[in-house]
Design a protein around this ligand. Structure first.
Ligand code: ZN
Length: 268
């Protein structure tokens, strides 16, 4: 409840997105540990020499002093914890960072604590600055994000009947939330993605490991394509089902479809 909160608070945050507001202000979408996604204004942040402006760049991990607001909070002070500079100077890494931030925003609800999602994003942006395997990081991140938020895809048994899957090629159903066995495959008219035995092995490995353990994994091109399609279809399905009832969807409705990592930065 807004009325029971203190009027001032401090929080760590990652700047997920920003846009210009008025003459010199900036509107921020922030991911915080205790309040999930919040929106805030940074007054004067676009003025030359602004004390705030230098800290509240896209994807910066910051510590903020905030004034409580009903819908929009106000940033009164900002300090950089980590600007992930090595990620920022490489357009390929930066675009993947923006993609991860967008996914995190899409599965988060405003004003609901999200400490695990926050920590995942901060850790992943740190790895993104140095990893030689940014694409595997993005796939691992998507899978871990789905797991943390309660939408872990089922790779162990048939998502429909629960039977153990033979070690063989199978198919993945985003609608049913996982791999399905040959018997269940023919029941239903949902879209099925191919999942070879090799793909399934990689997915299980990604799902149970921390990123450093999979960072040097060599994934074949066919497996990469299948994993990309499986995770994308599952993520889209979760976003469509999970966030539909939230007012938060109004914020993201005009965003582009979640797809492969974009080739460049968004205009804003
Ligand atoms: Zn089955």
């Amino acid at each position: 409840m807004v009325s029971s909160r203190p009027r001032l608070f401090t929080t760590e945050a990652v700047v997920l997105r920003h846009s210009d507001l008025g003459e010199a202000d900036r509107l921020l979408w922030l991911l915080t540990p205790q309040r999930g996604v919040i929106r805030a204004t940074a007054r004067g942040a676009r003025k030359p020499g602004s004390k705030l402006g230098g800290h509240i760049d896209l994807l910066c991990h910051v510590k903020l002093s905030m004034r409580e607001g009903r819908e929009l909070h106000g940033v009164s002070q900002a300090d950089t914890v980590d600007a992930f500079r090595a990620m920022r100077t490489d357009i390929g890494r930066l675009s993947r960072g923006l993609y991860m931030a967008e996914l995190a925003q899409r599965v988060s609800v405003e004003d609901a604590p999200a400490p695990a999602v926050f920590r995942l994003l901060v850790n992943s942006l740190g790895w993104l600055a140095t990893t030689e395997n940014a694409d595997t990081l993005v796939r691992w991140f998507a899978l871990r994000l789905l797991t943390i938020t309660g939408f872990k895809p089922e790779f162990g048994a048939c998502a429909e009947c629960g039977d153990e899957l033979e070690p063989a090629d199978h198919v993945f159903s985003a609608e049913r939330g996982g791999l399905v066995c040959p018997r269940c495959r023919s029941q239903g008219s949902d879209v099925l993605q191919p999942a070879s035995l090799g793909t399934i092995k990689v997915l299980r490995h990604l799902a149970r490991s921390d990123f450093p353990a999979v960072s040097s994994l060599n994934i074949g091109s066919e497996e990469r394509r299948q994993i990309e399609r499986i995770l994308r279809s599952h993520t889209n399905s979760v976003i469509d089902r999970g966030v539909r009832s939230s007012a938060f969807l109004d914020e993201v409705r005009d965003w582009p479809e979640v797809g492969p990592v974009p080739g460049g930065m968004r205009a804003d």
